[in-house]
Design a protein around this ligand. Structure first.
Ligand code: PLP
Length: 392
C-alpha cells in the first residue's frame, strides 16, 4: 500500500520505533515481545488532526470553553444524528475527560451501594470495576456462543433484570466485536422498558464497523431515549487515547446533569488539545478513518484465514467491528494459563480471558484471549507465526 497524505503510514511501522518509552502498549513487556493487548492501534495520528494540534499549540493553551465547546457540540450533534440520536436538547451533551469516567458517574448517579447492575459478559473490564469498585454488585449474564456469533441470552437477561435498575450495554461489544442488530436492540429496548431500567450505552467503537450498515444507537428509539445515557469519544476510531476526552449524551437533560454532577469537581475538565483533536477528527478525519477501517478489515480477514488454515483448533467468530479478536483456545493443553504461556513461549502479549468476566466466572474464561490486530500486516504475521509455533 502506498502512503497517501491522509492514509496512515502502515508500511513504516517498526517495533523499534513503536517501543517508545512513553508507550504503555509497547513497554509493559520485554523488548522481544509483540504487544497485542491494550486497545491502542499502532498507527500514527491522522494528518488533519496533527495539523489542527500544531495550529492550536502555536496559538496558546488557555482555559477552553468550560461550559462546552460550541463548535464541537455542533459537530457532535451532526454526527450523532446519523446514529439516530437527533433532537438532543440543550444540555443533552456534557463533556468528560474520558469515556470510563462516564461509566463510573452513571453507576454512581443511578444506583445505590449494594444494588445489582446488569451487564453481559465477557465485557470490557472497567464495566465490572465501575460496579464493584463503587460497592455495587455485578448481575452478569454470559453471552451465548451461537453458530454465527455471540448471542444475547434473553431468558438469562429477563431473570437477572428482575432486581436491577441499570443496564450497562457495550455497543459495539468489546471483546466479542458484535454490533447489535436492529432486532436485538428492539428486544433489549422491550426488556428495559418492561423492567423499568435505566441504560448506559457505551458506543465508543461505533466508527470501527466492518458491517457496512449504518450504526443504530441504542437510544435511537423514542421509547427508551429518556432512560438512556450514551457515552462515546474519539479515542478508538482515531487512536487518540493519550488525549483523554469523552461525552455523555442524553435526551433527558436533567438525567445528563445528574450523571455529570455525580463526578462533580472530582473529575477534571476536558483538555484544550483534546477538544481541538476531536473537532479535527469530526471535520476532516473521514478519509483517514475510511482507510483505517479498510486496513483493519483486511487484517481481520487475514487473521481469520490464518487461524483457519494453521490453527484450526482456535475457535472464534470473525468480528463485526473493532480490532479486538476474542479467541477460544480452551482445546489447547495450556488453556489454564494461556496468557502466561503465550507471553513466555510465543513472546506475544495478549489480554487474558478472565479479565473480562466477574470473579465467579473467571474459571470458565480460562483459555480465552483477546488479541489486538491493529498493527501492520508484517507485525501481525510475525505474531501469528509465533503463536503457531508455540501452540504446535
Ligand atoms: C468499550 C470501551 N469503553 C471505554 C474505553 C476507554 O475509554 P477512555 O480511555 O476514553 O476512558 C474503552 C477502551 O478500550 C472501551 O473499549
Amino acid at each position: 500500500m502506498t502512503q497517501t497524505q491522509t492514509s496512515p503510514a502502515y508500511p513504516t511501522l517498526t517495533p523499534a520505533e513503536l517501543r517508545h518509552p512513553d508507550s504503555l502498549k509497547w513497554t509493559l513487556y520485554a523488548d522481544d515481545v509483540i504487544p497485542m493487548w491494550i486497545a491502542d492501534m499502532d498507527f500514527p495520528v491522522a494528518p488533519p488532526i496533527l495539523a489542527a494540534l500544531r495550529e492550536r499549540l502555536e496559538r496558546g493553551l488557555g482555559y477552553h470553553q468550560l461550559a462546552g465547546d460550541r463548535v464541537l457540540d455542533g459537530l457532535l450533534r451532526e454526527k450523532l444524528a446519523t446514529h439516530g440520536l437527533s433532537d438532543l436538547p440543550e444540555g443533552g451533551i456534557a463533556m468528560l475527560p474520558g469515556v470510563v469516567p462516564g461509566i463510573y458517574a452513571t453507576v454512581a448517579a443511578l444506583t445505590q451501594p449494594g444494588e445489582k447492575v446488569l451487564t453481559m459478559t465477557p465485557i470490557y473490564h472497567p464495566f465490572h470495576l465501575s460496579i464493584t469498585g463503587q460497592g455495587r454488585e455485578v448481575a452478569s449474564v454470559p453471552l451465548l456462543d451461537g453458530p454465527d456469533g455471540y448471542e444475547i441470552d434473553w431468558d438469562g437477561m429477563d431473570a437477572a433484570a428482575q432486581d436491577t435498575r441499570l443496564l450497562l450495554l457495550c455497543h459495539p461489544h468489546n471483546p466479542t466485536g458484535r454490533v447489535w442488530t436492529h432486532e436485538e436492540l428492539e428486544k433489549l429496548r422491550d426488556l428495559v422498558a418492561m423492567h423499568d431500567l435505566s441504560v448506559l450505552s457505551d458506543e465508543l467503537h461505533a466508527d470501527l464497523r466492518f458491517t457496512g450498515a449504518p450504526f443504530e444507537s441504542f437510544a435511537a428509539a423514542e421509547r427508551v431515549r429518556d432512560r438512556t445515557i450514551t457515552v462515546t469519544g474519539p479515542c478508538k476510531a482515531f487512536n487518540t487515547a493519550g488525549l483523554g476526552i469523552g461525552v455523555l449524551i442524553g435526551h433527558d437533560a436533567e438525567l445528563v446533569k445528574k450523571v455529570r454532577a455525580a463526578a462533580g469537581g472530582l473529575m477534571g475538565h476536558e483538555g484544550a488539545m483534546s477538544v481541538t483533536m476531536w473537532q479535527a477528527a469530526l471535520k476532516d478525519g473521514g478519509p483517514w478513518l475510511a482507510d483505517t477501517v479498510a486496513y483493519l478489515r483486511a487484517n481481520r480477514d487475514f487473521l481469520t484465514d490464518y487461524l483457519r488454515q494453521h490453527l484450526p483448533a482456535v475457535k472464534f467468530h470473525p468480528v463485526e467491528s473493532t480490532y479486538l479478536a476474542w479467541l477460544d483456545l480452551r482445546d489447547f493443553p495450556r488453556a489454564g494459563d494461556m496468557q502466561k504461556f503465550l507471553l513466555e513461549e510465543a513472546r506475544v502479549a495478549v489480554h487474558d480471558g478472565p479479565t473480562f468476566v466477574p470473579e465467579e466466572l473467571k474459571p470458565q474464561a480460562q483459555g480465552f484471549i483477546r488479541l489486538n490486530f491493529a498493527t501492520s500486516r508484517e507485525i501481525l504475521t510475525d505474531a501469528l507465526e509465533r503463536l503457531r509455533e508455540a501452540l504446535a
